[in-house]
Structures are given as C-alpha cells and as structure tokens.
Design a protein around this ligand. Sequence first.
Ligand code: GUN
Length: 285
Amino acid sequence: MAATIIDGKAIAASRREQIAARVGELKEAMGVTPGLAVVIVGENPASQVYVRSKEKACAEVGILSEKHALPEDVSQQELLALVDELNTRNEIHGILVQLPLPEHIDEDAVIEAITPAKDVDGFHPISVGKMMIGQETFLPCTPHGCMVLLEETGIELKGKEAVVVGRSNIVGKPIAMLLLAQHATVTICHSRTRDLAEVVGRADVLVVGVGRPEMIKGDWIKPGAVVIDVGINRTDAGLVGDVEFEAAKERASAITPVPGGVGPMTIAMLMENTLLSAMRATNMD
Ligand code: GUN
C-alpha cells in the first residue's frame, strides 16, 4: 500500500493561522507586535529565496520583519556591531542571521553574539545546551518542524527505532536529541557509517538531512516506516529530496514530499519562536 503523503504545506498553513491569532491577542492585550530582524550577507541565491519566504510569512501572521542586507565584503566587526544593536532594541524579539556567511566571517562568533533571549534560530550554544538537557528554550526550526510532522502522523515514538542520517548542527544532531527526548532509540548515521542500507532498514522512523539527491534508496526502507526527508536538492529534474521518493513511498507508511514537506514547517516554527520571544518579553507566556 502506498504511503500517506505528509502535507507539510497544509500543516504549516494551519500553524501560521494559529500563530496569527495569537499575535493578534498579544497586540490586543499588551500593545506589542512581535518583531523579527533578518540579517543577510552577500548574494547567495538560495539564502535570498529563504529570506524572502521568511518576510512573506511574517507579513502573513502579523509579525514585523526588518531586513538587513549587508554586502558580501562587510567586516565581521560591522556585522557584530549590527547584532549588538539588534540585541538592545526592545521592539526586536528575534534575530536571525542567515547562514552560510562568507568565508572571512567567523560564523560561531556571530551566532554567539546573538543574545539567547532573541535566538529564534536556536543556534546559540546556550540554546543548544538547554535543548540537550531538556530545559525550555528556542528549539531549532527545522528539527522542531520535523517533530511536529511526526506528531501529525500520530506515530508513537516511545521505544521505536529512530535513525537519523546526517550529523549537522542544524538538522542531524538536534533532531536526534528531540527524538531521544520522546523516548525513541536513536541511531545517528553519517558519511563513515558502515552498511548504511542495513541501519536505515531498521528504522521505524527515518529522518534524513544530508543534502545528497536521492541518496537513500527506496528499497532500503523498512515496510511501514515513517520517513521525514529534510533534503532540498536542485537537480536537472527539479527539486528532489535526499530520499528516492517514488520507490520509498511504496514501502513507507507515511513520507514527506520535497517540496511541500519539511520546508514550509521550518518557517512556521520560526514564526512561532518569534511570537514566543515577544510573549516572554511581555510576560505573556
Ligand atoms: N541556513 C539554512 N538553514 C538555516 C536556518 O534555519 N537558519 C539560518 N539562520 N540560516 C540557515
């Protein structure tokens, strides 16, 4: 039987509606409008697409967005000065510096300069550490979006075999922690994993974020598994994920499409974090 296609686009739209309502309540009760500052350096085309989507989503839910586009050759000092200024401005509740940054800028230094209270990306070491030990914090948007999609499928994670392919700081490592917090048995695979097909074949829940078009073959997947594909790869055949979708959907019980799966959820979770930050700032949480 073919898999249920997990409609990230529809789930994200429904979340944005709920967020818009809560943004309205915050405005009404406290006279506060959540504000998100988005910083983009240089002309990376993919980054520009993402930043535009974030601005559009902000407008839709009633969050004020403020874009700071800096030239490719901006100095690290200038970028840090901007982050400092945004840290101090009360009407800014979230700061997002779009990654990747140009080579001459130390990405870690920039992430660490963002005050954890406005770290809506959840990339600051304090946010990462809190997530790891189960304290309340801003969850990173893509892994959080994946968890919401899993929740929507209704799958019980407790005791299940979850396999994560990819160990990036943005996707693989944090999603592994969130799955663990839900009592899954978690295995993290990466480029040096021996017999990837065998490990993938054990997964009741498979999350893939490696950035390699259709690297995970459909016939590796355990029949009935839930598959979350975080990959977005531009190929001659259009956008494809990291999982061989057509074959995988014949074995999985549920699977995210690319596009229209995880992508829209990332942005919805960013809106949610920005709202949450504004609520915390006004003691409305
Ligand atoms: N680049 C790719 N994904 C992300 C993300 O979630 N946040 C930021 N800031 N940059 C990214």
